[in-house]
Design a binder for this molecule. Structure first.
Ligand SMILES: Cc1cc2nc3c(=O)[nH]c(=O)nc-3n(C[C@H](O)[C@H](O)[C@H](O)COP(=O)(O)OP(=O)(O)OC[C@H]3O[C@@H](n4cnc5c(N)ncnc54)[C@H](O)[C@@H]3O)c2cc1C
Length: 326
């Protein structure tokens, strides 16, 4: 049975996000034929989508962020294309849309999934449960055509494939109604965090209540600058609840799920709800003055001490190394 997968591609500043390209490349490597849906894209930005392995691309230069409008649109496209599987990244805006789509089309829905395998008759989906405390393998019949949101960076990073036949590209002419209230709140949040998107960043430096106030986040900015432009700043919920940082920077069960190569936690105790969002990071470094802070149990490297002494030392050391190398 040949398998057709529809991958919904997220775009940021006219660039397809790596987490979406990873999904296309993953599906391509399973020999599934990939339909990529690209909303808010221009024609030039589709090159990476093609190279990741998409066989057919539907694109639209606009994207309305209103979940009700998107649900309407996605449901009709899925009904028309009849994919055996729908994949998208488990990101907040997708979590607002895809459960509605699945409900409307009467299809199974799974979020925060870690892997998808196909057997002769079943889909086997590995999924994180209870804020990351355990994992389950969910079995679904192939003909159920589920809608699955995958946690970013769980499948292998995308490769560009030698796709001999070029992808079929079709521009959609669906009319997206404008809803300014959604756009305004997004712009406001983006302006407050100019760094890379947390779910895409390879390096994340997160601050917790131990930062003692919003003014001290400039220390994390300085550390991030030493680590390069791909470092993002995150925060614990204690920080976002206190209004020191916008909610878009929150990592955890009720914030974003991240899996960077390097996660540096500064003044974060390591509550289970925080771990739920970052425990799959490749390397975890914790800075905390309390040696019994639970996050040390999950860390690869722990620095016990006052972050206001440790971070300036790290910045000095990194600046020295950069100067030596240049
Ligand atoms: C339903 C629900 C959902 C939740 N969702 C989330 C979520 O998505 N994300 C999340 O983060 N939390 C979430 N929480 C909250 C979570 O339970 C914790 O309260 C929160 O993560 C604590 O944040 P924190 O580690 O910054 O603060 P604290 O637990 O207060 O820890 C601060 C740490 O800073 C250290 N410290 C203080 N001063 C210094 C210093 N000078 N140098 C070094 N270390 C210092 C302290 O030793 C301490 O370990 C949720 C809670 C609930 C109930």
């Amino acid at each position: 049975m040949s398998i057709k997968v529809l991958v919904s591609v997220d775009f940021l500043d006219n660039q397809a996000k790596n987490s979406s390209l990873d999904l296309i490349s993953f599906a391509f490597k399973q020999n599934w034929s990939v339909i990529a849906l690209c909303l808010g894209a221009n024609k030039e930005s589709l090159e990476t989508v093609k190279k990741a392995g998409a066989e057919k691309i539907f694109f639209h230069t606009k994207k309305n962020s209103n979940p009700q409008i998107l649900t309407e649109f996605l449901s009709s496209l899925i009904k028309e294309q009849k994919p055996n599987l729908v994949l998208a990244s488990s990101l907040q805006h997708n979590l607002e849309v895809f459960p509605r789509v699945a409900f409307r089309l009467k299809k199974p829905f799974l979020s925060d999934s870690l892997n998808v395998k196909k057997t002769e008759t079943k889909w086997l989906v590995k999924k994180s449960l209870f804020a990351g405390k355990c994992q389950a393998i969910v079995e679904l019949n192939l003909e159920d055509s589920p809608v699955i949101l995958m946690r970013p960076h769980q499948v292998e990073s995308y490769e560009t494939h030698n796709v001999t036949e070029s992808a079929i590209v079709e521009q959609l002419n669906w009319y997206f109604e404008e809803k300014d209230n959604y756009k305004l709140s997004q712009i406001k949040q983006n302006q407050l965090n100019q760094r890379p998107d947390l779910t895409e960043a390879q390096i994340i430096i997160s601050g917790g209540r131990g930062m003692q106030g919003p003014e001290n986040f400039k220390l994390l900015e300085e550390l991030a600058n030493c680590l390069g432009s791909h470092a993002a700043i995150g925060a614990s919920r204690a920080v976002t609840d206190a209004g020191w940082c916008p909610h878009s920077m929150q990592v955890g069960q009720t914030g974003k799920t991240v899996s960077p190569q390097l996660y540096i936690a500064c003044g974060i105790s390591g509550a289970i709800q925080h771990l739920a969002g970052m425990s799959s990071s490749r390397t975890i470094v914790s800075i905390n003055k309390d040696p019994s802070a639970p996050l040390f149990q999950k860390s690869h490297y722990g620095l016990v001490g006052d972050l206001f002494e440790i971070i300036p030392c790290l910045i000095k050391e990194l600046n020295q190394k950069t100067a030596e190398l240049s």
